[in-house]
Each structure stands twice: as C-alpha cells, then as structure tokens.
Design a protein around this ligand. Structure first.
Ligand code: ATP
Length: 288
C-alpha cells in the first residue's frame, strides 16, 4: 500500500501573467502527514475504485489519467487494479489529486519494473498537473514557473493544524480573479525559505503569505473565520493553502497542534493536527 501526503503552501506569490495564460508563481510547499491511501495490484486492464462519493472514479480521475499516461509513454501492455481511499479533502488547496497522481506514477513504475530515472517521471508528472512533480519529492520545496519546477529547501520539524470548511473551490476560478495589483516580486518566498532554515516556528508563522488569500476571503467568509479561530486557539500564525479554502495554523510543537485542534473543532469544519514531512511524500506502507 502507498500513502500519498497532502501539501500546504507556506508562501505563495503571483509574479505575473504568462503568454500561455497561466500565472507565474513562486511558492514554498511543505508536505504534511494527512494522506490518501492507494493499493496497486497487478491486473490485465486498468481499473480504478475510489472510496469517496465526491471524487470521480472514471477516466477523469487523476489516478486514471496518470496510469494511462504512464502506460502509453512507457508502451506497457499490462494493466493494474488501483483502489484509492481518500482522506485528503477534495478541491481544498491541499493538492490531493496531484498527490494521488504522483503515487500512481511511482507505484506503477515499480509494478511494471520501468526503472525510469526520476527526471523522466518528473517530466511526465508535469503534464498531469502543476503540483504533481512536487509530490514525487516531498519535504519542503520551492516551486517556480507555474509551480511545476521544484527544488528542495531546508525543512524544519514543524507542526500545523489544518481547518477545512467542507466547501470546495476551484483553482481556475480563484486564479481568474487575480489582478495585477496582487503581483509581487518573490521576496516573501525568499523570506519563508530563510524562516525554514532558522527552524523557528515563530519565524515561519511571521513569514506566511498567500497572494490568493484576498480573492478567497472576498468570496468566502469562512476563510477569515477559520483564521481567527486558529489564532484565538493559540496558533502562532495562520494562512490559507493554495487556492483554498483550507486554512492552517502554525503550532509550537505537535502537542500544541493537538491542543489547538481540540479548541477549534466545531460542527461543519474538519480539523487535523499534522506534522511536516521531511522525507518523501509518497511512501510504501505495510499495514492496510
Ligand atoms: P488543485 O490541483 O486544483 O490545486 P486541489 O488540491 O484544490 O486542486 P483536488 O483535491 O486535487 O484539489 O481536486 C481538484 C478536482 O479534481 C476535484 O474537483 C476533483 O473532482 C478532481 N479530481 C480528479 N481526481 C482526483 C483525485 N484523485 N482526488 C481528488 N480529486 C480529484
């Protein structure tokens, strides 16, 4: 069985707009231990089962797309039976679909004994989604371009509380409302890289920044409410991940994160205390 971890964006800046219509971004991504599970078994054809009602199990699922892309590119004639158990909330800014796609690429290249170098897998990963190359690595990383060019940065033993309001949002919709006034020069991302290097949670908390937060806050009042609840519960700082709407708080330690989690938990919100993952985001696990 494979576990595929979620990510949060500790910093995200929009630098401008590109000729291809995408935005140029600079972001610091951090893998955290809230994970989906994938069981990949040998089979004649490609087959996918998904545990979550709000996630498609047809060819549009990123797992199915990743499997088809790898099978075609590597000219493999085998299939696989893939079972996906979702734990990462969907359309939540946590990169769940991209993590699943990365796990599929890694799991299938092992099953089909492809022996591809990492760079070749990363190239295919980038065609599936901006965040997929990050998940092939994990840890903490700087993302540039559309976010698909990743390089590792020094990580720290951090703990966070994630809060999700149970309302999804779409990345293209949020980016569609970004205006040039929200563009910046990348210095906030540099500041976060330095904060991680210092290993001080308080410095990381001070350096949180997300250019998309203003857009999401204007459209969804929950973002402000969740951030306020995290700060009132003792988080050192709070920010939104990716295009939202998941918000996270920085804790002093994992115990502190658990205390904050207990304080912010309420009816319609889902909350998790999580640790930063310093190694790979995709891991083999023995237990089911
Ligand atoms: P983005 O990559 O847009 O930042 P996100 O992290 O906010 O995404 P995901 O959970 O990856 O959100 O889901 C985005 C959309 O992709 C959903 O609307 C969902 O229907 C679709 N989707 C396809 N495959 C998957 C998958 N394996 N897990 C989750 N969602 C998937």
């Amino acid at each position: 069985m494979l576990s595929a971890a979620a990510k949060i964006n500790l910093a995200l800046e929009v630098l401008g707009r590109r000729e291809d219509g995408y935005h140029e971004v600079a972001t610091v991504m951090q893998a955290v231990d809230l994970s989906d599970r994938l069981v990949i078994e040998d089979a004649e054809v490609l087959e996918l089962r998904v545990s979550a009602p709000d996630v498609p199990s047809d060819g549009s699922n990123l797992v199915a797309r990743a499997a088809r892309a790898l099978r075609e590119t590597a000219a493999v004639s085998r299939g696989a039976r893939i079972t996906l158990v979702k734990r990462i909330p969907v359309a939540a800014g946590l990169g769940g679909g991209s993590a699943d796609a990365a796990a599929t690429l890694m799991g299938l290249s092992r099953l089909w004994r492809l022996g591809w170098p990492r760079a070749r897998l990363a190239e295919l990963a980038a065609t599936l989604g901006t965040d997929v190359p990050f998940f092939l690595r994990g840890g903490a990383a700087l993302g540039t371009g559309r976010g698909e060019r990743v390089e590792p940065v020094a990580g720290a033993a951090l703990a966070f509380v994630l809060v999700n309001p149970g309302v999804g949002t779409s990345t293209p919709t949020i980016y569609g409302s970004v205006t040039p006034a929200m563009y910046s020069d990348g210095s906030r991302v540099d500041q976060m890289v330095a904060a991680l290097r210092s290993r001080r949670p308080a410095r990381v908390a001070e350096s949180l920044h997300n250019a998309l937060e203003g857009v999401a806050t204007a459209a969804y009042r929950q973002v402000t409410q969740m951030k306020a609840a995290l700060l009132a519960a003792g988080a050192l700082g709070a920010g939104m991940s990716g295009s939202g709407l998941t918000v996270f708080g920085v804790a002093r330690s994992f115990d502190h994160a658990r205390q904050i989690r207990a304080r912010v938990a309420r009816g319609s919100w889902s909350c998790w205390a999580v640790r930063a993952i310093r190694g790979p985001a995709i891991r083999m696990r023995r237990e089911r």
